[in-house]
Every structure is written in structure tokens, then in C-alpha cells.
Design a protein around this ligand. Sequence first.
Ligand SMILES: C[S@@+](CC[C@H](N)C(=O)[O-])C[C@H]1O[C@@H](n2cnc3c(N)ncnc32)[C@H](O)[C@@H]1O
Length: 265
Amino acid sequence: MAESPYLLDNRKAEAGDRFEALAAVYDPMTVAHFDRLGVGPGWRCLEVGAGGGSIVRHLAERVGPTGRVLATDIEPRFLDPLAGLGNVDVARHDVVVDPLPEAAFDLVHARLVLVHVPERLTAIHRLVQALRPGGWLLIEDGDGIMTGQSCLDPRTDEEHLANRIRSGLIDLMAERGVDFGFARSLFRILEGESLVDVAGDGYVAFSDAVRVLERANILQLRETYVAAGFATDPEIDRFLAWLDQPRPSLAAPVVLSAWGRRPSS
Ligand SMILES: C[S@@+](CC[C@H](N)C(=O)[O-])C[C@H]1O[C@@H](n2cnc3c(N)ncnc32)[C@H](O)[C@@H]1O
């Protein structure tokens, strides 16, 4: 398999913390979307780039013994234990190139994955082919344009520094191929794929769990970040010390979601 350009490699020590924080911040949003789409017993689901697996666990319970969940990731080390759940299959799988069953799933879901994948349009086309007639595609991704600040009401030097570090992270990721404008084009893309009943919404969460996310991201990318001149080592140390205190007003990266259904015939 060719080396993926994904920056936040799951093999690094910070990945576990990142996945716990992502689950705390975004699982309520995703679960509300599943409620809305009517995901229920017997559904066959594909969870793409499943990461830490919290959504796989949720889906496995939700679809029950008559349903099935295929969880994929280019680095599935956190997913492997979930294969023991009975209705879950786990695959090391690159959404761009590895084979997928066609017309097989009632739900295909990817959260915070495609923004990192340069060939995201190819990937979406493949995910649409994997849907059964009537099946739903749900894509949820970060919007960098609305995500540039973690402190929406900055007053202190430390809060301004936190914002500078957040916007530097966005810039660094954008330089490395992450397309933070992608999520706002989802309606157009899903309609272009001839999906029907296309709809969507946006989500901004304030949560102390964002501290864990910010810490994991900056620790994992620290060297590259400093080398690229986004902040100095002492500034990052100051930021990390600031993250030691509870910060329930920290804003998580804004996520835009869109969904659509493959026509029934
Ligand atoms: C930011 S994490 C999000 C994880 C999870 N979906 C969530 O929302 O908590 C991105 C995940 O996508 C996976 N990933 C990146 N590129 C991928 C690709 N080309 N195919 C499949 N998974 C990929 C990464 O390994 C990582 O687990």
C-alpha cells in the first residue's frame, strides 16, 4: 500500500487521547444524525476511517445481531479488538484505492476523514457505489474557515496565543493537503453524485475535551509546527501549561455534515 499523506498517524502516542476527545466532542452530533436517518436494527453499515472506534461500538449496538458493521482505517490498531463484538468486521483499508463491496450498505459514514484525503472526490464516488439503492451516505468534516479560533471571546494574552496556535495548526494542515473548504462543498458534491434528499447542518461544540484535542494535535505536530515557524518552543510550552486548567469554553473545530440517499431504483 502506498504511504498515506495523513498527518496525524494513529501509531503515535497522542492518537488514543485524540480519539477519546473526538468521541466526547462529536459523538453526540453523529448520533443525532443517525437518529435522523433512522439507523436501526438490521442495517448494514460502513464506517470509514473509523479511528478510535467509538462510532463503530455505537453502530454495532444500534444495528443489533441482525445488522453488521464494517469498520475500515488505513491504521486500524484501535479497531481490531472490536472484531470480537460479533457483528463487526475490521479491515485495514484505504478508502481511495482498496476494493469495496458494491451496493452493499444501508449507511456509509465518514467523519473527519475525507478532509485529509487528497483524492476525496474519487473516494466519495466509490462510497456512493457502495450504497444499496435507498442507502444513506453521511459525510462530516471540519470547516477550517470557521474553525480558526478556539477562544471565541479572547481577552488575555494566553487566549490570543491559543487562537494563534489553532489557526497555525489549520494553516499547517492546509499546507500539507488538508482541504478545509471541502466540507462546505458537500451539498454540491452529493447532488453531483445524483443522491436524493440531500440535506445537512453545522455543529460547534464548547467543551473541556477540546483541551485534550489541542494538546494531542500540538504534541504530535510540534516539531513540524515549530520548524514551519508557526510558533516558538517557549510559546508552545506556555500554551501547554495554559491547557492544564479546565477550559469548558474552548470551541471545538466546526464540523459541517451532509447526507443524501441513493435513489431506490
Ligand atoms: C481525524 S481521525 C477521525 C477518526 C474518526 N472517524 C472520528 O471521527 O473519531 C481520521 C482517521 O482517518 C483515517 N484515514 C486517513 N486517511 C485514510 C484513508 N485514505 N482511508 C481510510 N482511512 C483513512 C486515519 O487513520 C484516522 O483514523
